[in-house]
Design a protein around this ligand. Structure first.
Ligand code: HEM
Ligand code: HEM
Length: 236
């Protein structure tokens, strides 16, 4: 009876662990990749970035909310909370296996990055989307607001975002590699070596894309997107 119960519990945690793993790649990993690519439109100037924001603002409200809740919030909240639970339980790690010390260290980093992401994303989402909903206007997430906040207070938020992008890209890159092993996609050593290269490429690509987005907020003046004032139009 006891054995059956523990088997059932193991099966349950195996199931939720798989769901956790899947949510990391789809939809959360996918969302993050497209999010950073769209954010890097800042490199094209304020109008390009604000164009992306306005595109999403143009989606009918009820549809946007359903999309956000089911495609982003619920999977992310589940992944984040269950992830913290895995970290807290601190189960199995690769010490003493064929993966060796360096692999073990990368695995540990992924868990640390999870803890950082947990708090960093609470801050990030509450100062962007949540603020937009509370104030009822999107100015707080547009180019000028980003330019101002990233350059204020000695660039402390810029440093925060540089780290957020780096940590999230690492977490996803390493996660993809782990995911492929967990789901039996890569079984042979040769396949694992190939996926490791792909995972590393994802890590580098997303880090540079996110950093590019941040650089884009700095290289253009924040006023460039402001509509001409009445006076300025009259003079013209
Ligand atoms: C270059 C760095 C980043 C910038 C400039 C940025 C920008 C933004 C903006 C403008 C929003 C508001 C979108 C809206 O409500 O329409 C937002 C929301 C969000 N961001 Fe980021 N972000 C960055 C990095 C990240 C990273 C690394 C993640 C990790 C997954 C992330 C996850 C989210 C999530 C989950 C939301 C809420 C989405 C929603 O509910 O629509 N962001 N971000
Ligand atoms: C918000 C806080 C987050 C926490 C606390 C967290 C926690 C974790 C933990 C502990 C693992 C390892 C699971 C294991 O060892 O079995 C993991 C794996 C993973 N995470 Fe996260 N994570 C977070 C955010 C994210 C984000 C934003 C993404 C996507 C951009 C993501 C994508 C992944 C992927 C792809 C995996 C690999 C799945 C696997 O091991 O099979 N995570 N996460």
């Amino acid at each position: 009876m006891k054995a059956e119960m523990s088997l059932a519990l193991n099966r349950e945690s195996f199931f939720w662990h798989k769901v956790h793993s899947l949510t990391g790649v789809i939809p959360v990993g996918y969302y993050m990749a497209q999010h950073l690519v769209l954010n890097s439109f800042t490199l094209g100037g304020p109008e390009k970035f604000n164009g992306v924001i306005e595109f999403f603002e143009g989606i009918p409200k009820h549809f946007l909310i359903v999309l956000e809740v089911f495609a982003i919030w619920l999977p992310l909240i589940f992944h984040a909370i269950y992830g913290m639970f895995i970290i807290g339980r601190s189960q199995q790690n690769f010490i003493g296996t064929k993966y060796g010390w360096s692999q073990n260290r990368m695995y540990t980093f992924q868990r640390y990055s999870g803890i950082f992401l947990f708090f960093a994303l609470i801050f990030h989402v509450s100062t962007t989307t949540v603020q937009k909903y509370i104030t009822g206007n999107a100015e707080a997430i547009k180019y000028a607001a980003w330019h101002d906040k990233l350059t204020a207070n000695g660039g402390i938020l810029l440093i925060f975002y540089v780290l957020l992008v780096l940590t999230a890209s690492y977490h996803l890159g390493y996660g993809i590699w782990n995911f492929c092993i967990r789901w039996g996609i890569t079984v042979t050593d040769a396949a694992q070596a190939r996926i490791q290269k792909l995972a590393f490429a994802v890590f580098i690509f997303l880090t540079l894309t996110g950093w590019g987005a941040l650089a884009g907020f700095l290289i253009h003046p924040s006023t460039a997107a402001a509509p001409p004032t009445v006076q300025a139009s009259l003079v013209r």
